[in-house]
Structure formats: C-alpha cells, structure tokens
Design a protein around this ligand. Structure first.
Ligand code: MN
Length: 286
C-alpha cells in the first residue's frame, strides 16, 4: 500500500493516479491534528486488510487534485544516521565534521519534529550570512509499533514502511560549530514524502535505490545495499537506547554527492520503490 496524508491532514490510500480518503478509519480525526495521523499509523499493521478493503470502496479523487502533506506530519521522534555510506564519509572531511567515525560508532542523532515539511512545500533557507546549507537525500524508515530492545533478526517486523526525506544540513566551519541537532532542525529542513510505501511491498530494504538531482545535475545515485549499518541493525541498536513507536521516523543516512543549495534551486529525489520528491529552495521570509 501507498499511505499518504493530504489536504487538511486526511489519511489516504494512493492507487495509481487516485487517492482514496481513509478518514473513516480514524474515529477521532480532527482537521490539522497530526496526532490523528499517528493514531492512524499505529493501527496500520494491525488492520492492514481492513485498510485495503476500505480503500476499495472509499471515495477517491485524482491525486493531482489534492495537496500531499508529509506522510508523518509530526513524528514523535526523528532519528537519523550520521555518516552511513563509505563514500559520503570520505567527502565529509575537515571542519565540516566533528571527528572520525561512522554510524557504526556514532549511533543516531535526533532532528526536531517541527523541522518536517510537506512534499510540495519549499525548503526555506534562513539568512546565515552565506553559510553552506546542503541537501542530503535519504530513505527513511517509518516505525509501525513499539520496538523496545528488539534483535536485528526481528527488527523488520516493526517497520510500517519507507518514505523519502531530505536531511537538510547547515555545515560547520572552523569557528561555527553548533550542535548537529540545531544545524539540521531549521523549519523545513526535513521535507518528507510523497507517501509511505508499506513494508510488504519492500521485503528487503537493501533493495531500495534512490537518485537525487540538484537542478539538472545528478548528484546522488545509491542503493541501501551499501549502508554501513543496515536497516535492521539501525532499528535494533536504537531500540536498545529508547523505545521506538508507531510514526517514529528513522532517516538512514545520505549517500555521497551532497551539495550546497541556493534560493532558486530545485532538488528532486526519485526512488523506483518510493516515488518522487520535488522541492524548490527559497529564502525564508521570517
Ligand atoms: Mn543525513
């Protein structure tokens, strides 16, 4: 299934070029209430067949007629893997990083939940005097149920599905060395979408590939088979630190080819398994 959120935070099922309204499956749904979506996401693994059945009969409209929202508009937690591809580790040398190590040694970091933005919304660059702000195109895992100290062999049971994110990142300099969480948590620094592709459609996350373009230039071309720490180990290891719950999002790390963006740029991320994200970059008006 392809689970989307659209218009006033309604859950929807995408089938072909149409989206089916699933709001009847969320008894306490309230417009613009992201908690309604987390409640819905916590029910998906339990009620997958019911959702599919409702999707058969629910009212549908053309996908092109709705505004897609982030498929997890307000994750309780956004975890992210730093430096999880060998070639990206190599390009991140010098003052831009805080030292040696990969995701294997460093574990995860957190991003602010309010940094999430919709797949159709622009990335807004704050005025930071010309500091370098990069895009990092990543596959994100969406958790489907509570995961607490799960072994890697069972970690995929806790995966609801996968989506695309950009992990927008303000880079450090020799003298400007803010915490990673702050540098990656500006509003709109976690665009997400276009929807969640449920795990049954992607039995092996290592099979997921993605490409990312800055304007016409292909910058990233990667496979999750090349992750230093693969998806099962990411989930297992984090779940021994803190329980993960339905709607938590784990960005798996950026491949090589990250690059600076400027207002006026367009970043496109495409995965044959997960869809397409197209994001315009603008100056933040506030
Ligand atoms: Mn990243």
């Amino acid at each position: 299934m392809k689970l989307a959120v659209f218009n006033d935070l309604r859950p929807g099922l995408v089938k072909g070029d149409r989206i089916h309204d699933l709001v009847q499956l969320v008894p306490d749904w309230r417009p613009e209430d992201p908690a309604s979506i987390n409640t819905f996401l916590s029910s998906v693994q339990v009620h997958a067949s019911k959702i599919a059945a409702v999707g058969e009969t629910a009212q549908s409209v053309p996908l092109s007629s709705v505004t897609l929202r982030a498929p997890v508009p307000m994750p309780t937690q956004i975890l992210a893997a730093p430096l999880n591809f060998v070639e990206h580790r190599k390009e991140m040398q010098g003052p831009m990083t805080s030292g040696p190590g990969t995701a294997r040694e460093l574990g995860f970091f957190l991003k602010a939940s309010r940094s999430v933005s919709d797949p159709s919304a622009p990335i807004l660059l704050p005025d930071l005097g010309g500091r370098r702000i990069d895009f990092e195109a990543e596959v994100a895992v969406v958790i489907g149920k509570e995961a607490r100290a799960v072994p890697a062999e069972r970690a995929l049971e806790y995966v609801l599905g996968y989506t695309l994110v950009l992990d927008m990142s303000l880079r450090m300099t020799e003298t400007e060395r803010e915490e990673r969480t702050q540098r990656k948590s500006y509003a709109t620094f976690t665009p997400m979408g276009p929807w969640i592709t449920t795990a049954d459609e992607v039995p092996d996350p290592a099979s997921i590939t993605l490409k990312a373009w800055r304007n016409q230039e292909l910058r990233q071309d990667a496979s999750l088979a090349d992750l230093i720490v693969g998806v099962p180990d990411l989930i297992s290891r984090a779940s021994h630190v803190v329980p993960l719950d339905a709607g938590d999002v784990y960005a798996t790390g950026s491949p090589a080819g990250v690059g600076q963006v400027q207002p006026g740029d367009r970043v496109t991320v495409e995965s044959p398994q997960l869809g397409v994200l197209t994001l315009d970059v603008r100056t933040r008006p506030w």
